[in-house]
Write a protein that binds this ligand. Structure first.
Ligand code: MN
Length: 720
């Protein structure tokens, strides 16, 4: 086990100004916190955080990361709290430990293969700071190295998780060594028979292969030296898991895997890479189709090299990778190599930054960065900033756009769950339906058959699916309302005309005639149109009994007399001229009411009148609604329509000469044409005037009112 001084010496070697006292304090603090705890191996628990810290120093991470590694299990496994860590070690260390603790609590064992990618994304999204992820990877590596002491069940579960989640993540960060070790260790527990077989075979063939490796290295070295290259050459056996994968992919035996070994040529410059490739290809015949130029086209994790396969001595295939020292470092250490390199040269070259295709967008103010610690801090992993990942109660992961709410979740489960969503619990706590989901939330939806979608829901949902389902359902509800209303109206009108709806519904002949005349397939359709006001009841009655029509017209039907509403009727002169949408549709008969005269921008509600379409009121005008809430419908302004609506203002002024002219001029100056004005002087030295004019929308009206209030002598301006 490393001592505090040994760790400090390591950190000092690559970070001379590091706060080593903080590090020593973290070491002692962790040892004390874990005092008395044992690992399954029988070692003191403290060995584990120290090992993790050791791996962190191999990667040359900053002091905060090393401290976080030492302390990474104290919150999870001891009474120490995050707040306490913040007091002792500062917010940065506490934040990192907190992040690692949260990841540790997550059980990422994938239920289905297709979920693995979502889990991986969630891990990255939750980590936020890339150091959290790196500490977590080091933690996992040490756990994998000591997995032999776990129960077989635990070994299987942890290995599966490592293979599915952590090995690909390590690869994504460019930690090739981590990835290989994760895969080999998981492989050992997941396919122990195959592992034994391959390990044995590798062992068996060791001496002849070592001889082969040695021979090829010598040949390469000699040839490159004659061409003036100071190349470092090495050969190695591929790791067990990758051999096994090759056997699986090619359905072949161990003996048939010809490319067990891989050779590496490390040279000084990019130009040397291509030159060395030329030398090798002139020496041995290349295998067609096996050359890959990852220098010109780096892998997403920044990996660069030239790859080729040639027919070597004895016509055996040999795989060779050619790269520079810097590329080699990146290949082994991923992003960790990057911050190491930049420590020496200072600042990040924008050209290098361009290589970080996947990291690029995360780096803030990259030009001002002057040291690797800053670089690290700046790399807040927000790779998937547009998405959040949450759990279903069964542990499945669902991805949503950022800003999504429990309603989006409910509609994603099933449209009926969404339609009757009455509430939601997140991580066991009841939240409002407008709650914005966060990474890692466990979401439960509560349903109630009485619950129906509400208009507000449209403001809360983020997914197109939920939005269209809500609209669809609201349309159905309003259609149902219209149908019932239309039927009721027609029944009454027919009764007034001495007929019965019942007969119409039962007579195939009459029904067909009516349906044909009004262009509907079913009577229900006719009721809906009557309810919406698109078809008038007397049109139907006249059609059914034309002879009586004249007679009846002399006297208005009773239902119309009763249902008359004091409405300021604006003649609808064509489609879309009223600027009102019902469920997003505009071909609805609409009237504006005189009682509140809404203009675009006002919050409005609709009211289904008896046979005269929908009247539109301001939301705060409830006249006529209380009696019959059933007839209330949701309407909205059509943002595309350009309309002008009459509006009346009361302007109270001091009663003095010329004031009316000044007010009139103000209107004129604003381009407002008064269509009607009244003036009345009071006894109190004031005059109350009303002005009616056409106005396009609420902001415009507010502007007019503001300007009027500025006029000297104007006491008050209000909307009627
Ligand atoms: Mn741990």
């Amino acid at each position: 086990m490393l001592t505090a001084n040994e760790i400090a010496t390591r950190v000092e070697s690559y970070h001379p100004t590091a706060d080593l006292d903080l590090l020593r304090h973290a070491y002692d603090f962790s040892r004390e916190a874990h005092d008395g705890q044992m690992r399954k191996s029988g070692d003191p628990y403290f060995c584990h955080p120290v090992s993790v810290a050791g791996i962190i120093t191999d990667l040359r991470l900053d002091v905060a990361s090393v401290c976080a590694a030492l302390l990474h299990d104290v919150v999870e496994d001891t009474p120490v709290t995050t707040e306490q860590l913040a007091r002792e070690f500062g917010d940065e260390v506490a934040f990192l430990v907190d992040g690692v603790t949260k990841l540790t609590k997550m059980n990422f064992t994938s239920r289905q293969d297709r979920q693995a990618e979502s889990f991986r994304k969630m891990v990255v999204a939750m980590a936020r700071d890339i150091r959290v992820l790196v500490v977590k990877l080091c933690d996992r590596l040490d756990n994998m190295r000591t997995l032999e002491f776990m129960s077989p069940d635990g070994q299987e579960r942890i290995s599966r998780e490592t293979m599915d989640i952590y090995a690909p993540l390590a690869n994504r960060l460019g930690f090739a060594q981590f990835k290989n070790e994760f895969q080999d260790l998981s492989f050992r527990y997941l396919h122990s028979d195959a592992h034994v077989e391959i390990a044995h075979a590798v062992q068996e063939s060791a001496s002849s292969r070592d001889h082969h490796i040695d021979k090829v290295c010598k040949l390469l070295k000699a040839k490159l030296a004659t061409q003036g290259f100071a190349a470092q050459i090495s050969g190695r056996v591929k790791h067990n898991y990758s051999i096994w994968r090759k056997m699986q992919d090619r359905q072949c035996s161990f003996e048939q895997v010809y490319d067990l070994t891989a050779f590496r040529v490390v040279v000084e410059s990019v130009a040397d890479c291509y030159a060395a490739l030329g030398v090798i290809h002139s020496m041995w015949t290349p295998v067609p189709g096996r050359f890959k130029d990852y220098i010109a086209l780096p892998k997403p994790n920044m990996y660069q090299s030239l790859h080729t396969t040639v027919f070597g001595p004895g016509h055996q295939r040999i795989e060779i990778q050619i790269r520079t020292h810097e590329m080699h470092e990146v290949a082994e250490m991923g992003i960790a190599a990057h911050w190491r390199y930049k420590a020496a040269s200072g600042g990040i070259d924008p050209r290098d930054a361009a290589q970080f295709a996947w990291l690029r967008q995360l780096m803030e103010s990259q030009n001002e960065l002057s040291n690797p610690a800053e670089f690290l801090e700046s790399v807040k992993v927000d790779l998937f900033q547009d998405e959040v990942y949450v759990f279903t109660p069964k542990g499945d992961v669902r991805a949503f756009p950022r800003g999504a709410t429990p309603l989006d979740f409910a509609f994603a489960i099933h449209s009926e769950v969404g339609n009757h969503c009455a509430g939601a619990r997140v991580n066991g706590t009841v939240v409002p339906l407008s709650y914005r989901l966060r990474n890692g939330d466990l979401v439960e939806v509560m349903t109630n058959p009485e619950q129906e979608p509400e208009k507000e829901w449209l403001d809360w949902v983020e997914t197109a699916r939920a939005r269209s389902k809500i609209r669809h359902h609201m349309r159905l509800i309003q259609r149902e309302k219209s149908k019932n209303l239309g039927r009721e109206l027609l029944e009454r009108a027919m009764t007034d005309g001495g007929m019965t709806l019942d007969r119409l519904e039962k007579s195939d002949d009459e029904r067909d005639r009516v349906q044909e005349r009004f262009g509907v397939d079913r009577l229900e359709e006719l009721f809906v149109n009557i309810g919406y006001g698109k078809i008038k009841t007397n049109q139907v009655v006249d059609f059914l009994a034309p002879a009586e029509a004249e007679n009846r017209r002399s006297q208005p039907p009773r239902s119309l007399r009763q249902g008359r509403i004091e409405a300021f009727v604006r003649r609808v002169t064509g489609r879309n001229s009223h600027g009102i949408l019902l469920n997003g549709e505009d071909d609805v008969l609409v009237r504006f009411t005189k009682c509140c005269n809404p203009i675009p921008g006002d919050e409005i509600v609709g009211y289904m009148t008896r046979g005269r379409g929908i009247t539109v009121h301001r939301r705060d005008c409830v006249k006529g609604f209380e009696a019959d809430p059933e007839r209330k419908v949701q309407v909205s302004w059509d943002p595309k329509a350009k309309i002008n609506r009459p509006v009346t203002l009361t302007v109270v002024t001091a009663n003095r000469p010329g004031i009316l002219a000044t007010v009139g001029q103000t209107f004129h100056g604003l381009g407002v044409n008064i269509s009607e004005a009244t003036c009345r002087a009071g006894d109190d030295g004031r005059a109350s005037n009303t002005f009616t004019f056409l106005c396009s929308d609420l902001p415009r009206l507010k502007d007019v009112m503001r300007q009027l209030k500025k006029v000297e002598g104007v006491v008050d301006v209000s909307r009627v």
